[in-house]
Design a binder for this molecule. Structure first.
Ligand code: PEP
Length: 259
């Protein structure tokens, strides 16, 4: 089987301002070309999603959110944003279980599964983030931790839900640290994730996009994306720099950057 269509997703985190966000989107839209062999996805902060959706009209760039409420129905959930609201403003994807949410806001595997399910209930494509901390890697627990995080979804919802989802392997020690997993380290975990899912459903595992995240940059994207089980990237810091992000995108799409 040929490789799956790659996704290069920009996770802006809590960065940007209205004008700067618009400039970033406009410049990325000018440089993305026709997209080629990859999809570009932008995940701005909630408050810019509505405007970003309009800036992205007539471009091949997709819109996603960084988080969503685990509740589906409207109600008394102060400060939360539902999947339906995200659909309303043009989101197609939503990140769930980012390590910053797990670590800083205490999201458990159970909450991540609930968010995954809430996303799919309203037709959003969840991007399930998994990954081990430095202590877990150094303690030889990478496989155990990543398997536990993937199994939380597999055992609760079954493998079939992964037909309409994306997984991102993001070693916590590589996020925002400038320290990237080597292509061998990343490929090893991506293959493990795919095998875990293949044990339940080989077809779904074969079609699943598994992105790598953790200090992806213009200088390391190509060698990461060349590996068999790495289907693009979830990019934080470098997604805020037009030239870096376009170079990363074109490493996945196989197209030359627009002049
Ligand atoms: C991320 O936020 O998901 C991420 C991978 O960040 P960075 O690229 O900055 O390491």
């Amino acid at each position: 089987m040929g490789k799956r269509t790659a996704i290069v997703a920009g996770n802006w985190k809590m960065n940007g301002a209205l004008g700067a966000s618009r400039d970033l989107v406009v410049e990325l839209a000018a440089g993305v070309g026709t997209g080629g062999g990859a999809e570009m996805l932008l995940c701005p902060p909630f408050v810019y999603l509505d405007a970003a959706s309009r800036w992205l009209e007539s471009t091949p760039i997709a819109l996603g959110a960084q988080n969503l409420a685990s509740e589906v129905d409207p109600g008394a959930y102060t400060g939360e944003v539902s999947g339906t609201m995200l659909r309303d403003v043009g989101c197609v994807y939503v990140v769930v279980g980012h390590s910053e949410r797990r670590t800083l806001y205490g999201e458990s595997d159970e909450q991540v599964v609930a968010k995954f399910r809430a996303a799919q209930t309203v037709g959003l494509v969840p991007i399930l983030c998994v990954g081990e901390t430095l202590a877990e890697r150094e303690g030889g627990r990478t496989e155990t931790v990543v398997s536990r995080q993937v199994n939380a979804v597999l055992e609760t919802l079954g493998a079939s839900v992964l037909a309409a989802a994306v997984v991102a392997y993001e070693p916590v020690w590589a996020i925002g640290t400038g320290r990237t997993a080597t292509p061998d380290q990343a490929q090893e975990v991506h293959a493990l994730i795919r095998a875990l899912i293949a044990a339940q459903d080989a077809t779904i595992a074969g079609g699943l996009r598994i992105l790598y995240g953790g200090s992806v940059k213009a200088g390391n994207a190509e060698e990461l994306f060349a590996r068999d089980d790495i289907d693009g990237g979830l990019v934080g810091g470098a997604s805020l720099d037009v030239s870096e992000f376009l170079t990363i995108f074109h490493a996945a799409s196989g197209q030359e950057p627009a002049p």
